[in-house]
Design a binder for this molecule. Sequence first.
Ligand code: SF4
Ligand code: SF4
Length: 456
Amino acid sequence: MVSLYAASKKIYPRSVEGIFAYWRWIFVVLTQLVFYCLPWFEWGSRQAVLFDLGARRFYIFGLVLYPQDFIYLTGLLVISALALFLFTAVAGRLWCGFACPQTVYTEIFLWIERKIEGDRSARMRLDDGDFSLEKLVKKWYKHLIWIFFSIWTGFTFVGYFTPIRELAMEFFLTRMSSWELFWVFFYGFATYGNAGFMREQVCKYMCPYARFQSAMFDADTLIVTYDTERGEPRGPRSKKADVALENLGACVDCTLCVQVCPTGIDIRNGLQYECIGCGACADVCDTVMDKMGYPRGLVRFSTQNAMDNKWTPQQTWKRLMRPRIQIYTMILGAIVIALLVSLGLRTPFKVDVVRDRSTLSRITEYGTLENVYRLQIMNATEHAQTYKLSTRGLPGLKITTEKEILVEAAQARWVVLRADIPYGSSEAGSHKIQFEIAAQGTDDVVVEKSVFIVPR
Ligand code: SF4
Ligand code: SF4
């Protein structure tokens, strides 16, 4: 019997220092500072960034967005997708190696693990060793901190959808709603499971991005590469050995590049889909090269063309700005500018006019012909605002209900609007009319189209 199932082997990445490790930690700190601190910022009397799904309103600093502003979210998604294409075409899986939440949380969880259980060999010894009090204490301690951190992460996540200060109060008074509690623990559990246990398996088996990345690579994309020509034949040697005499390449076969790899691959076998481009192997190999007194860069970020044609770093960087990259950059720049301009020109209120379906048209006690509408005004500003209503499109058309509507800050209000014309002043049929809604004290005006029905 041949089993088709192979249990995955646990990976114990060795800690590493170097330029790429430094930048990875910069991104860990920056992204997490933003994630954990942002919901605590206030903007006036409300949370600065809040996605209030119940009230169907998104607050992003000075912006109040309604479901009608969905186009901006679409724009943001298009920008994110294009930015991903651009960065991948330039430098491969930059996002995966440096900013993806899976990488960032795995890095944090690994850091906690190292602080408690030690580096690679100590962790392997501890896992292989028999049960002991030390093992029990270390494991419990580690999981306790992981769980605390995960719940804090879940709590922060929910704090983007429910005011976080109220949520904190409810949490301490054990008065959280069942849904809030569910999402805190669900997101916390996902963090704990993905960063504590699944780790590289999420990248290898679950993330779709790893599958289509090769479609975005070309021979001028920066990838982590092993310089086979320089490194082979590999083999151990003393520091003083004459490599030419012993017919050896620069690789001392120390396997440190494999030991630091968070996905457990050997970069010397060439580019593999598991490689997340974190550069840990390049960092550790540079330290080995330094110790041996060899030039750095046996494992480095380079391109296929640069390796094949033995380009200098200047030639490689020059080639990076190829037409494809220029086109991506131009499209991305144009969409970003268009989004910013449209946000800048956005009217700070929205209006919806719908005809009252229960009354098509009726003759009033004053002998006029009346149509009834329902009008919704959404105030997207942070202060109460009065709106003046007027209408045009038919001779004698006028509004007979309230013409000035007060809407509280960041609120929406439905009002019934009646409009009439002198009886017999227009032919029977459906006539196009317009409602003009002007925010008092500003130049902001919205014109909404509708129809006025004159029966036969
Ligand atoms: S770290 Fe460098 S020298 Fe050591 S095995 Fe890897 S490629 Fe060879
Ligand atoms: S091969 Fe190197 S760059 Fe790729 S994931 Fe492993 S350590 Fe990171």
